[in-house]
Design a protein. Structure first.
Length: 211
């Protein structure tokens, strides 16, 4: 087990903001730099979509099981989103952090508030689109929703984006490559603090300071 626990990251964005694509592109970049990170796999009561896999995209459970897990305090956070329940498992998250891995929580502002209350050391990032026009274009580009559903999602996105001020960091996802580079920098920064580097180079630094 690592002597130093991993960092907990909250990443939120409106639907169409690009957080899923960005966080998945982030993992191999971090791995190449020696940073071990995982995206938490949430629990949900919604049915799997075509191509989704149990334990990869979500843990799929029914309403009764989800409510039971709430009762046994198995979630770090949970919320209703678009009529379905979503929640972050406590045990797996805590185990990964204890093993020294960074954990990314892909959750909304409601869940973020719950996690901060339990784990105030969590660091949070909000991802915004470059414009409302571009956000709507991305939502329509999925080709899965009729006009009335797009209108509902845009309204929901506006409500979600209004909470950006509760987050420590803000990334504008205009150019995907630039946004991913900015995310990578944020994940590296806590590992470059004086305290972190002193621990990492505990043998080197005293040797450098020998008279």
């Amino acid at each position: 087990m690592s002597a130093k626990p991993g960092n907990l990251w909250i990443v939120s964005a409106p639907s169409g903001g690009g957080k899923t694509s960005l966080t998945r592109a982030l993992l191999p970049r971090l791995a190449a730099l020696g940073v071990h990170a995982e995206i938490s796999v949430s629990y949900t009561t919604r049915a799997p979509r075509a191509g989704e896999q149990e334990g990869v995209h979500y843990h799929y459970v029914d309403e009764a099981r989800f409510v039971q897990m709430i009762g046994t305090d198995d979630f770090l956070e949970h919320a209703h989103v678009f009529g379905r329940r979503y929640g972050t498992g406590r045990e797996r998250t805590e185990a990964l952090l204890a093993a020294g891995k960074d954990v990314i929580l892909d959750i909304d502002w409601q869940g973020a508030r719950q996690v901060r209350a339990l784990m105030p050391q969590a660091q949070s990032i909000f991802i915004l689109p470059p414009s409302r026009l571009e956000l709507e274009r991305r939502l329509r580009g999925r080709g899965t929703d009729p006009d009335h559903a797009i209108a509902e999602r845009m309204a929901q996105a506006t409500a979600e984006m209004s909470h950006y001020g509760e987050y420590e960091y803000l990334v504008i996802n205009d150019d995907f490559e630039s946004a991913c580079t900015e995310l990578t920098a944020l994940f590296l920064a806590p590992r470059l603090t004086r305290e972190a580097q002193q621990a990492r180079y505990s043998c080197l630094i005293p040797d450098l300071l020998k008279a």
